[in-house]
Design a protein around this ligand. Structure first.
Ligand code: OOG
Ligand code: MG
Length: 256
């Protein structure tokens, strides 16, 4: 399959909420996989979406273990993926969403490869990422998940702090007030600053205003409709969203 054909298939899968079979892409190299990712993101931009961010994946052992993949990956975020803190997210069109707690950097200056990456950062915040692999059963090879824009689906960012050290902060993920995952920002490459440096190296230059997700500090958990999800990062506070299933026939019938 060429890059354009696979990008179109992944785009369709996301739009229709119907997964593709993993292992069928024939993709074997990461360079080719990032070409597919670019073509996939270009399709979103052609529909009027705007780039808002850059994300890293598999920066923690917990995630690598969960997904059976052992290499750092990166993807792109757009304005359509953004959910306001405390907002509602319709998950009815998603395939099998999962949520994970993260930290986010906001760029005040252009982030360039080399130099002190923190000098480009204007603020940090707690974040939630909702991932939704376009492959059946969340089963994929490393090139396949790269091609799929690293399973990116939605994200929410809490209040921004201009001066906070992100090292070794406790992380909590709650669904409906029940703790489902706990961890530390130290799980993110030892320190989230290393994720920022990786973003500079792999994605730079990145423009001022870009949000960078450093990667999940814990494993991801399934996110059903009708769920209030909240992440807390010690010293940074919380970020939350509530899922709903607006698009389903069941809800439509209830409303009738
Ligand atoms: C890939 C996305 C990984 C993270 O934070 O590690 C990621 C996946 O798990 O499907 O976003
Ligand atoms: Mg993530």
């Amino acid at each position: 399959m060429n890059a354009g054909t696979l990008a179109e298939a992944l785009d369709r899968a996301a739009l229709d909420g119907r997964p593709l079979a993993g292992g069928a892409s024939g993709l074997t190299d990461t360079a080719g996989a990032y070409e597919v990712q670019s073509a996939l993101v270009a399709r979103r931009l052609a529909r009027g979406e705007r780039l808002t961010g850059f994300k890293l994946g598999f920066t923690s052992q917990a995630k690598m273990r969960q997904m059976g993949v052992a290499d750092l990956i990166h993807g792109r975020l757009t304005d359509r993926m953004e959910v306001p803190d405390g907002g509602r997210l319709d998950v009815s069109g998603l395939i099998h969403p999962r949520v994970e707690p993260e930290v986010a950097f906001l760029l005040g200056d252009t982030l360039l490869p080399g130099g002190d990456p923190m000098a480009a950062v204007s603020a940090v915040a707690p974040a939630l990422e909702v991932i939704d692999s376009r492959y059946d059963g969340f089963r994929f090879s490393l090139p396949e998940v790269i091609a799929d824009n690293t399973s990116a689906a939605h994200y929410a960012v809490g209040a921004w702090w201009t001066t906070r050290d992100l090292g070794g902060l406790g992380v909590l993920l709650e669904l409906d007030g029940r703790t489902v995952e706990t961890g530390s920002t130290a799980a993110i490459l030892g320190h989230p600053l290393r994720a920022l440096a990786a973003a500079a190296r792999l994605g730079g230059p990145l423009e001022p205003g870009t949000v960078i997700l450093a990667g999940a500090a814990t494993a991801a958990v399934p996110l059903p409709p009708g769920t209030h999800v909240r992440a807390t990062v010690a010293g940074l506070g919380t970020v939350a969203l509530t899922t709903e299933a607006v698009g389903t026939a069941d809800v439509a019938r209830e409303d009738a």
